[in-house]
Write a protein that binds this ligand. Structure first.
Ligand SMILES: Nc1ncnc2c1ncn2[C@@H]1O[C@H](COP(=O)(O)OP(=O)(O)OP(=O)(O)O)[C@@H](O)[C@H]1O
Ligand SMILES: [Mg+2]
Length: 429
């Protein structure tokens, strides 16, 4: 799918923007702080009802906006139809009377966030999945090196975009966790008997099983695509110090000099498979989750029985998808710990492109890929490889401060836009 038209009103540093976009690679160039990332943020808001940068949605409303709200309208072309999404966020400004500078009163009836899909009011949960996006920005390195919570958020956001039932189950699960946690603390304090847990154990396991199952299936499916992308991005690893000429000679010349053999022996003796990226699901429940749902639930309940004393002592839920993690292995090595920064960045990118593949496979529509400021973090070869990998996609919105960081071949087919101080103009090469 692709964004066909984007309209902004008082969103971040845009008072008004009305932009019609083609498919393919769209490159937004401009100096720092001009509004490039704001455009990608607006698109993610229309897709997920959330900003990828902030949880404080007041920030989205342009400073001094008279209406105290920001509006994002996106018309997206999907494979089979078109969809129009409107998200309005209000800053709920308090009524401050500061003499001459008194701010106008915000419309009383306006809720904090209002969503319309094709003109009909919807809840956030019903918006998700209408327009799908995959966003990659430098902070996504945290997917690899950050806390397990970052990885769970990634899993949840991906699966919610695809399976509304996953989202519903997850939100019920979170409520159960709260209730069960409170109960565990009451039991610890002698205000309740442990028998009261039986009901909540059943609730927890019944909801946990499908969540774990979906996560496992996603990772199994995404593993192949992630490995493919990672291999494409890391193909020159081990030859880091070589220039192209040398690399070519090493490959073609069986009688490479002794020195070269010594220098490259590490890379040459490592079988290809050892470089292959594997996404490994690490659920906190270590029993078998591949069997029937009833078996998983039963197994997990038995495990909860074994953990009961500990859970009561800690006053916390210690087993379940809220404690899951995800590992990135290559040749048995955990790249979150031992990978170089460049490798970790490649893992994060591979994961995101695998997410795109998965969403397309599951929904039949390809998400829009948003690449915020990622080129500056990659070496020249990885830049070329990445741009090559995303070339066939329906639409890619990419921001960069420096158009020269794009290979000239890419610039030849890219659609370029200049962003300057809350304005966007199409740039003719
Ligand atoms: N609510 C707001 N009202 C007005 N301006 C805002 C608001 N929020 C952010 N801005 C401004 O928007 C500008 C930044 O926009 P954005 O993050 O899109 O920049 P950018 O072009 O991506 O820059 P960089 O290259 O540094 O990433 C900043 O000047 C910031 O002060
Ligand atoms: Mg930016």
């Amino acid at each position: 799918m692709r964004v066909e038209r984007l309209r902004l009103t008082d969103f971040r540093n845009y008072a008004h923007l009305d932009l019609t976009l083609p498919g393919g690679l769209i490159v937004f160039t401009g100096r720092n702080a001009q509004g490039k990332s704001n455009i990608l943020e607006a698109v993610t808001l229309a897709a997920t009802s959330r900003s990828f940068r902030t949880t404080n949605e007041r920030e989205l409303v342009r400073w001094g906006a008279e209406g105290h709200f920001a509006r994002v309208e996106v018309t997206a072309e999907r494979r089979r139809d078109q969809v129009q999404v409107e998200v309005v966020v209000s800053d709920n400004a308090p009524l401050v009377a500061t003499g001459a500078g008194a701010l106008p009163q915000p419309p009383v009836s306006l809720p904090r966030k209002r969503i319309r899909v094709n003109g009909v009011a919807r809840r956030s949960m019903d918006l998700i999945g209408q327009i799908t996006v995959v966003i990659f920005s430098p902070s996504d390195l945290d997917l690899v090196i950050g806390s397990p919570g970052e990885r769970r958020r990634f899993l949840d956001l991906t699966l919610c975009q695809v399976h509304p039932s996953y989202c519903r189950t997850l939100s019920q699960y979170q409520k159960v966790l709260l209730q069960r946690g409170a109960l565990l603390r009451r039991i610890r304090d002698g205000e309740e008997t442990p028998q009261a847990l039986n009901f909540w154990d059943e609730q927890l396991t019944t909801l946990a099983a499908p969540i774990m199952r979906e996560r496992a299936m996603f990772l199994e499916q995404a593993s192949e695509a992630a490995a493919r992308v990672y291999a494409a991005l890391a193909h020159d690893e081990g030859d880091e110090d070589e220039d192209d000429e040398n690399t070519e000679r090493d490959e073609n010349d069986q009688d490479a000099s002794e020195n070269d053999q010594v220098r490259n022996s590490g890379a040459q003796t490592v079988p290809d498979q050892q470089h292959q990226l594997q996404l490994v699901y690490r659920p906190s429940y270590d029993g078998d989750i591949s069997g029937g749902m009833a078996d998983v639930i039963a197994g997990m309940r038995a495990r909860l029985g074994e953990l009961r004393r500990r859970e009561i002592a800690q006053g916390a839920n210690v087993l379940g998808p809220h404690r899951d993690d995800l590992a990135f292995l290559a040749g048995g090595i955990d790249l979150s710990i031992y990978g170089s920064r460049g490798q970790q960045r490649s893992v994060a990118l591979a994961l995101k492109l695998a997410e795109l593949d998965y969403i397309e496979h599951e929904t039949g529509d390809q998400p829009i890929l948003l690449l915020d400021d990622v080129l500056s973090e990659l070496d020249t070869q990885r830049r070329i490889d990445l741009l090559q990998a995303v070339r066939p996609l329906d639409q890619v919105l990419l921001t960069t401060t420096d158009a020269a960081s794009l290979p000239s071949e890419t610039l030849a087919y890219a659609h370029r836009y200049r962003v300057r101080n809350g304005g966007v103009i199409e740039a003719r090469a």
